[in-house]
Design a protein around this ligand. Structure first.
Ligand code: FM0
Length: 348
């Protein structure tokens, strides 16, 4: 009744931007990502008949009500699939530097999906795990797999054909992904809110939808042919298009800050000097730079010369989910057990 799983985070090359069904996390468009090797979440789920509510311990601390509710909502899906009503103790640890600004919802829900399904006795193949993880966070559907991954949007209303599948394994094309952390103020618009506002109000959203399928085809072909420049060009253009939609929203917004613009300008000027490097940006100010391993040190040095750049983490394609032995100290800690009656929000 317990299992531990680990999932790496991923970065989108062709972005998931907009939902056609918010409850089932069904996307308006398909997307492509690379699973990274550096940042991951490890989660242990233990279903217990002796507890009367879910307990969620995140990075060694009891999570707050909102975070616990997200886990409970997700576990409700798993409980329904298994026909069980047990509550669970969930221990999650993020190995994502706090300053990294990398979305941890992808690795978080992929690890939770894998660990909870196994712990409750569901024997799910990866495709099913991907569909399950998707219902926690869309991008989590892609973190089930390693390497280069495609999430096909599907057309069904029940989401049964909306899941990720691998394009190329991590060992089959070693690219470098530099995760560039820039000085920034706090993020104001979450990716969830940003995509919702854009779908509902942006005059440019239809342009996004008209061209994203073509971007998918180009990226898929470039990955299969290991054509780095072709991939880089479509990745950068796709990110710019996604961010253009936010400027047409009501009210308009942008994720870009001063450091974001400086990194973009630097990468474009390096390219003008003959270096193959391309950027992409998710729903925040930080930038990810794609280059070939032979250039990663030089690109890194150039990035670190910008005063707005705080850190550069060097990543490569990483693996999909893995299951680990559950360590003994993941039992319900005594203090949580005894304090449980005082934590009113945990009771249902
Ligand atoms: O990852 O509302 O998965 O394809 O990172 O939880 O389904 O956090 F740039 C934006 C990720 C969106 C692109 O959204 O949203 C991508 C983004 P949820 P996510």
């Amino acid at each position: 009744m317990q299992a531990t799983a680990r999932a790496n985070t991923n970065i989108a090359l062709i972005k998931y931007w907009g939902k056609r069904d918010e409850d089932l996390f069904l996307p308006m468009n398909s997307s492509i990502s690379i699973t990274l090797d550096q940042f991951y979440t490890t989660t242990t789920v233990q279903f217990c008949e002796s507890i009367s509510a879910d307990l969620f311990v995140f990075n060694q601390q009891l999570a707050n009500e909102a975070e616990t509710l997200k886990v409970t909502r997700f576990l409700d899906i798993v409980r329904k699939m298994a026909g069980k009503e047990w509550f669970a103790l969930v221990h999650s640890t993020n190995k994502v530097p706090t300053a990294a600004g990398l979305a941890s919802s992808a690795s978080g829900f992929a690890a939770l999906a894998a660990a909870s399904a196994k712990a409750i006795g569901l024997d799910l193949e990866e495709k099913e795990l991907s569909k399950l993880a998707r219902q926690g966070s869309g991008s989590a559907s892609r973190s089930i797999f390693g390497g280069f991954v495609e999430w096909q949007k599907g057309t069904r209303t029940d989401g049964d054909d909306s899941y990720a599948k691998p394009i190329l394994r991590e060992q089959d094309w070693k690219l470098s992904i530099l995760s560039v952390i820039v000085a920034s103020r706090e993020k104001k618009v979450s990716s969830r809110e940003g995509m919702r506002r854009t779908v509902e109000t942006s005059a440019f959203y239809s342009g996004w939808l008209e061209t994203v399928e073509r971007d998918m085809e180009i990226a898929r072909a470039a990955i299969n042919e290991r054509d780095f420049e072709r991939l880089g060009e479509v990745v950068e253009a796709n990110a710019l298009k996604m961010h253009a939609t936010t400027l047409g929203a009501k009210p308009p917004f942008t994720y870009w800050q001063k450091g974001t613009m400086e990194v973009m300008t630097l990468i474009q000027s390096l390219r003008a000097q003959g270096m193959a490097a391309y950027f992409t940006i998710d729903a925040g100010p930080n930038v990810k730079v794609l280059c070939l391993p032979k250039d990663e040190q030089r690109v890194r040095e150039k990035l670190l010369m910008l005063s707005t750049v705080q850190h550069v983490y060097t990543c490569h394609p990483g693996s999909g989910i893995s299951f680990l032995p559950t360590s003994k100290n993941k039992k319900i800690p005594y203090d949580l057990e005894s304090d449980r009656k005082d934590i009113c929000y945990l009771s249902r």
